[in-house]
Design a protein around this ligand. Structure first.
Ligand SMILES: Nc1ncnc2c1ncn2[C@@H]1O[C@H](COP(=O)(O)OP(=O)(O)OP(=O)(O)O)[C@@H](O)[C@H]1O
Length: 396
């Protein structure tokens, strides 16, 4: 689906993202098992926070206490500053979208009826429900005319997942809880769903709590990540780049993996300060002048720009000879990335095209080039926290 092609649901007063705060929350199960102990955690409004950690560490317990599927033993849960620990659970759940791994669509109801569940409970009139359901199916990439009247069993796994997301968003809730929502589909579909979902989130900006045990998924989609250990202990709460660049302790370092440097490439953005500036030629320069300029600067190649400072190509020293203009001798620039790309995308371009450098463009305006050396410098900056992080949607 291309979520950007559709109009996002309108942000209404009820739909505005709200901060979620857990304040000294504990869960002790009837058999004495401590699922979560004394947890203080704030999920910022409009951000996607991932809870990640080994099996049994308390991720699901933490999440299900937010919509009171599991009742906390002690502590308070605040939604936009309002204490909901003793709110009516049914009322509360209508304000909180919920997406789970097995989707949880009602098998004997059509996709349309499924997606309209919460609006129906809220007493919306039929026309309004129908309009909202069709709009949302479009937003998640399902054609209402094709998929609306099907039953869940008549959809693919990825389509079911999309219908689940549409249902969770139907009443424009301020909060969305997602429990391993993409783990039941194969890795290729999963990556696509993650990318689509990030584009959707960029438009709707809900407060999302997302549970996974997969660190790759966490760093790809999270604005912030809580790495948990047994008993619901938060070992580190940080952005993906911070987590990968500076694991707080041995537990986190072990959990994020020894290839964390590589993973960091995907979450680190390009900083203009890291770009190198090769000599610049104009398309209409004469080749003799171009050669002189290259020799003078000691460079082996130059970028070629047009009147608008847009990138036209590049010229190597060995082609800067004879009469004629740069326009005739220069080559097309294959290796380039937009300024908001991740270092991983830039590095992938470099490898795929066997290029020694990658141009960075803002629209078609040339900003500079990344070389293996400047890529390395950029990665080092991501460790000291001064490199920019790429927005979620640019990571996948
Ligand atoms: N109903 C229950 N009764 C007793 N103990 C429970 C119950 N539900 C969960 N637990 C225990 O609480 C702890 C936390 O469980 P939880 O399901 O929150 O972990 P999780 O991090 O989501 O795990 P996973 O990744 O395997 O889903 C575990 O030790 C689990 O066995």
């Amino acid at each position: 689906m291309d979520a950007t092609a559709h109009t996002p649901p309108p942000a209404t007063a009820t739909g505005e993202a709200l901060e979620i705060r857990l304040d000294g929350v504990s869960k002790v199960y009837a058999d004495g098992t401590v699922g979560v102990a004394e947890l203080d955690l704030t999920f910022a409004a409009g951000e996607l926070t991932v809870l990640v950690g080994p099996s049994g560490c308390g991720k699901t317990t933490t999440m299900k206490m937010i919509n009171r599927i599991i009742e906390p033993t002690t502590g308070r849960i605040l939604l936009g500053g309002e204490d909901v620990t003793r709110a009516d659970p049914d009322q509360l759940r209508r304000r909180i979208g919920y997406v789970i791994q097995s989707v949880g669509l009602f098998p004997h109801q059509s996709v349309r009826t499924n997606v309209g569940t919460v609006p129906r409970l809220l007493g919306w009139d039929k026309e309004r429900i129908r309009a909202r359901v069709d709009e949302l199916l479009g937003t998640v990439g399902l054609d209402p005319a094709v998929h609306g009247d099907r039953y869940p069993a008549q959809l693919s796994g990825g389509q079911r997942q999309r219908a689940g997301v549409a249902r969770a968003l139907a009443a424009d809730p301020p909060v969305l809880l997602m429990d391993e929502p993409f783990s039941a589909v194969d890795p290729v579909v999963r990556e696509r769903l993650q990318a689509e979902f990030l584009r959707l989130q960029a438009a709707v900006r809900k407060t999302i709590v997302f549970v996974t045990h997969d660190i790759e998924e966490a760093v790809r989609i999270g604005d912030r990540i809580a790495v948990m250990s047994e008993g619901g202990r938060v070992e580190q709460f940080a952005t993906p780049a911070e987590l990968l660049g500076r694991p707080a302790n041995a537990f986190v370092a072990d959990f994020v993996g020894s290839d964390r440097g590589l993973k960091r490439l995907a979450v680190t953005g390009i900083d203009p300060a890291d770009l190198e500036q090769p000599p610049v030629l104009h398309v209409d320069d004469g080749l003799a002048d171009a050669r002189a300029a290259l020799v003078r600067s000691g460079a082996r190649w130059a970028v070629v720009l047009d009147d608008r400072k847009a990138l036209h190509g590049w010229l190597s020293l060995d082609r800067a000879s004879g009469s004629g203009t740069v326009r005739e001798a220069c080559r097309r620039m294959e290796a380039w990335v937009p300024a908001d790309a991740s270092l991983k995308t830039a590095f992938a371009q470099m490898l795929q095209l066997e290029a020694g450098w990658v141009a960075v463009l803002d629209g078609d305006r040339f900003l500079g080039v990344l070389t293996p050396e400047s890529l390395h410098a950029a990665l080092r900056r991501s460790v000291d926290g001064t490199a920019p992080e790429v927005a979620g949607a640019a990571r996948v």
